[in-house]
Design a protein around this ligand. Structure first.
Ligand code: MN
Length: 224
């Protein structure tokens, strides 16, 4: 047993649909651009391959939480997304072998300080503080097993803001996992946010934002 200078922080975990055990979160990877209509609304080329950024594991927010409006932004945005929950290790994978790493799926909201992201893009600086801030990764319960094509909806106070089919992704889950596994070794507990469709927009104090994907429990958050 290694002696620690202060108690180790607890493992971040998520509820699992239909089971009492929880899913332990190791790392959070996110795809930056994976729906053509969202790439265009952000002024980007929709032919450019998607790329990756990260959030810390302790940015996870469980569905149903109330969170404070984050500091250092005046333009907090929602991004409704499918989240892949990885259950096996893998590196340098072919697409044909990639989906075997998926343990389950969840609905998620990649909360974004859009103003800081715009500044970072303009000054060619990293996105970390635009994307990886405290409580920036809203994730619903993880449902074990495969997920067929489904509809994704993101609503604010009951009004639909984003609506897409998962099959509209430029890179489907197998391609995302294969590509990411060529950059890092994937491990059980990793989460992958798979990108957001068009319709991203601002969240204000008092708003409740709900991401729904058919077949999964929703990921809802209220900005206090
Ligand atoms: Mn996103």
């Amino acid at each position: 047993m290694v002696a620690l200078v202060f108690p180790a922080f607890p493992t971040v975990t998520l509820p699992v649909t239909g089971r009492p055990e929880r899913f332990p979160v190791r790392r959070i990877f996110c795809v930056g651009r994976n729906y053509a209509d969202h790439a265009r609304e952000m002024g980007a080329d929709d032919k450019e391959p998607p790329f990756f950024f990260t959030k810390p594991a302790d940015a996870v927010v469980e569905s149903g939480s109330r969170i404070p409006y984050p500091p250092a932004t005046a333009n907090l945005h929602h991004e409704g997304e499918l989240v892949l929950a990885i259950g096996k290790a893998g590196a340098m994978l072919a697409e044909a072998d990639a989906t075997a790493l998926i343990w389950g799926h969840a609905a998620g909201n990649d909360l974004t300080r859009r103003d800081l992201q715009v500044e970072a893009k303009a000054s060619r600086r990293p996105w970390d503080m635009a994307k990886g801030f405290d409580k920036s990764a809203v994730v619903g319960p993880v449902r074990p097993g495969a997920l067929p094509d489904a509809a994704l909806r993101c609503s604010v106070n009951g009004v639909t803001r984003q609506e897409a089919r998962l099959s509209q992704m430029i890179w489907p889950p197998a391609a995302i996992i294969a590509a990411l596994s060529r950059l890092v070794s994937l491990a059980p507990g990793d989460l992958i946010f798979t990108g957001t469709p068009a319709g991203v927009g601002a969240l204000n104090r008092g708003d409740t934002c709900k991401v729904e994907i058919d077949g999964l429990q929703s990921a809802s958050v209220t900005i206090a």
